[in-house]
Design a binder for this molecule. Structure first.
Ligand SMILES: Cc1cc2nc3c(=O)[nH]c(=O)nc-3n(C[C@H](O)[C@H](O)[C@H](O)COP(=O)(O)O)c2cc1C
Length: 348
């Protein structure tokens, strides 16, 4: 009944409005509902997971379900109280940046409905690490709900250079560690929408970045958010640098920059370019997970992310070797019941 109502009633209405306006409205509503017991109870009644135990422990962190809200939805950390009631086992807040960032000029998002994709050109809009760390610190969460923080380079001219960029990432990480915030950290090396390009998805610069971040002392797991467009030999080089630097794992992966992989590329806007979320990410991310598991064995925790629109899509990622899955688009195109369905499929 709930999936049917979402698909036939709510989604057609929501899809008439600007995607960023809908996103912002949902974040405000989720924040409001999360603040009261009645609000949380309502969401739990609608979307709470009540099936067999689906919990997993990964790198010492216990997730009530293996489904995590990917970076980019709760970028300011406002949904921590409501997400555990929606079948999520965790959230990756952010990406946060050292400096508050207004993002690229709008429009920053567009749906490609037939392609089941979203063009994303947000440019790392977020309130900055200081405000977000304070908010996370003040928000109670259940023990088995994991709060990770994704760190990116500030999307501003002053952080565009290599040295400045590295220090900018380090500033965010140092602040989070000092404030004792975040259960894990993700280094987003693959955001396609920033000043100065995607420069840390290059082995030499990545090595320098991770060497600097490795000097920040803490005991939390650290992951890298990977680009999915490089060919395998380049991806493998990045993975080797990440292994050598001692990171715990890789999230595979970020937005797809190849518009030809969309089912209907003509749905893309003419006026701006951004990365594609949703279905165009599905096959490539699953393939990279399988190849990574084969190549590095158990060296890495692998997180499957990209184009999970059904429980079966998530199971494909688990079968390919993923320990956890992250998603956004499936919650939008399929509906918020998807997380519970994935948890049930995994538990069963
Ligand atoms: C609106 C939006 C904003 C995003 N912002 C970020 C971000 O700030 N950092 C990041 O690592 N990934 C970001 N992503 C990418 C997602 O985390 C994810 O890798 C991608 O959407 C593929 O997953 P999906 O198909 O389940 O949406 C964003 C995605 C969307 C849809």
């Amino acid at each position: 009944m709930i999936p049917f109502l979402y698909d036939r009633l709510l989604k057609p209405v929501l899809f008439r409005f600007d995607p960023e306006a809908v996103h912002d409205a949902f974040v405000s509503m989720g924040h409001g509902l999360g603040k009261t017991g009645a609000g949380r109870g309502l969401i739990s009644a609608l979307y709470g997971y009540r099936g067999p135990d689906a919990s997993v422990t990964v790198d010492g962190l216990r997730y009530r379900t293996p489904v995590v809200l990917a970076a980019g939805f709760d970028y300011n950390g406002r949904l921590l109280r409501v997400l555990p009631k929606m079948g999520f086992g965790g959230v990756e807040v952010g990406s946060v940046t050292a400096l508050p960032t207004p993002g690229n000029d709008p429009p920053r998002m567009q749906r490609m409905v037939r392609s089941r994709a979203i063009v994303v050109n947000k440019g790392l809009k977020n309130e900055g690490v200081e405000v977000i760390a304070r908010r996370l610190k003040a928000t109670p969460t259940p023990e088995d709900f994991v709060v990770g923080v994704s760190i990116a380079r500030s999307n501003r001219e002053e952080a565009a250079g290599e040295r400045e960029g590295i220090e900018d990432y380090a500033r965010s990480l140092e602040h989070l560690v000092r404030e004792d915030v975040g259960d894990f950290y993700t280094i987003n090396i693959s955001c396609p929408n920033v000043h100065g390009g995607e420069s840390f998805a290059e082995p030499g610069r990545l090595r320098k970045l991770l060497a600097r971040l490795g000097k920040v002392e803490h005991s939390r797991p650290v992951y890298a958010k990977m680009p999915i467009n490089p060919p395998w030999d380049e991806f493998q080089e990045l993975g080797d640098v990440i292994a050598e630097a001692g990171l715990h794992g890789m999230i595979i992966g970020n937005l797809n920059k190849d518009y030809a992989s969309a089912s209907f590329p003509d749905e893309a806007p003419d006026s701006y370019q951004g990365g594609l979320a949703g279905l165009p990410c599905r096959e490539r991310s699953t393939e990279l997970i399988a190849r990574s598991r084969e190549h590095w064995g158990d060296r890495f925790t692998l997180v499957g992310c990209g184009g999970i629109l059904s429980a079966e899509d998530a199971m494909d990622k688990f079968r390919a070797g993923a320990d956890l899955v992250h998603l956004i688009s499936g919650m939008i195109f399929t509906g918020p019941h998807l997380m519970g369905e994935i948890a049930a499929a995994r538990a069963g």
